[in-house]
Design a binder for this molecule. Sequence first.
Ligand code: HEC
Length: 455
Amino acid sequence: MARSRSASLLGAAMWLLGGCDSGPSAPKEQATWEVIQTNILSANCTSCHTAGTSFARQSGLVLTEDVAYSQLVNAAPRNPAALTDGLMRVSDKKLASLDQSYLWQKINAQDHESLDHDHAAYGEQMPMGGPSLTTGELEFIRQWILAGAPRKGVVADPALLADTRRPEAEPFSAPAPPANGRQLHLGPFAVSANFEREVFYYQPLNNDADLYVNRFEVAMQPGSHHFLAYIFPGYTPAHIIPQPEVLRDLRDQNNSYVDENGNDLFDWRVMQYHQPIAISQLRRLDYQFPPGVAQRLPAGTGIDLNAHYANYTGQEIQAEAYFNLHLIEPSQVQHEVEVFALSNFDIDLPPGQVTTLEKEFRFKEKRHILQLVSHAHDRMVEFRAAVLGGPRDGELIYTSYDWEHAPLIDLSPPLVLEEGQGLKITATYDNQTDRRLFFGFTRKDEMMILYGYSY
Ligand code: HEC
């Protein structure tokens, strides 16, 4: 079941990278928007969202066929908190659009906790009072939004709708350990009432030989915000490698990153060497590299596991995460995945100002880019990456608005960059402190890195 999600995530990324406004046209097929209208909105929403009802007056939203498209796409929300946050009901800005679409926040039962707690002012999950939309319906709408919410054209596979499970009804269960691989376990650890706990945990693999990972699986308890797994490259100084099997907290109970003497609780220098190998912002992730492509974990590798949990209940909860590494035999490996870090060290941010920095990177040889994720600190407000050179010159392929939880973007099929082509990264920082900020490994200063996987 998680496999189908991974396949559809990749599918979504394909549309993202297609670079066309409405996806390939398939005249005989019903437009994705029409399927959404008929099969989802008219079936689940118009009982309330019909002109003249008190629900329509309260929400300012009518979802009947005549007006639903214009009521949603590029329309400002009625909800004051969503309006203040700058959301649209549905944004057609493609890559950035999920985060900026209030409709998505209202229906995404995958991240139910977010609506209940982070964004309590965003109102109820929709359909109000009913069971959530199905996993298939949500994925179908998600792909439509990511494709720029076109009125015409097919941008999501109707076969997705066959998945009629409902996300919130899915109980937590540990995934089976891989037939050929390793299962790592973070926790269980307590998250006290009304507290967000983010921990790191370094787990040596004690592997004598190199391991080749072709697939990752993540499963987390409810309440999770994100999970990441990092490795440390060979040049990492020994004193940076964390102590094994100890929980390291990012913040204390008062949500402070520093202790009473002003010292960081967490050793932020570790982040300089972190190379992400898996990121999940969903409770379940199943990511597979293309056949014959694998991430090599050299003998003696350890993995720094990182989980962020939010507990908004009045009672302590137990949090835990599982991380499965599925291996292939060395003889099956055709391409080794390499982690690259495109880093701008030239950072100088005047106090009290918003500054945008950009830097171009060109590859010396042909590369297939598989995934991208950015890294910066608190003052980063926007991070973007665009293709440099070649037929897709200027195409935006990555955005993040969240320094702590940068999204990981899967590129499938891989983005192929010929020799001399590359990526341009642009980051905007809002330096509200009273001092100039420079490049630095702690949160006192800033960073600007785009990590990627390529072969
Ligand atoms: C039982 C009635 C009911 C049903 C069914 C229902 N809604 Fe709503 N909806 C409301 C009410 C009431 C509000 C305003 C309060 C709120 O936002 O929580 C609202 C608000 C919204 C908003 C926010 C509008 C704005 O601009 O503030 C969206 C988006 C929305 N609904 C989408 C949907 C979708 C999509 C469905 C079907 C999947 C749906 N609703 C089903 C009653 C309903």
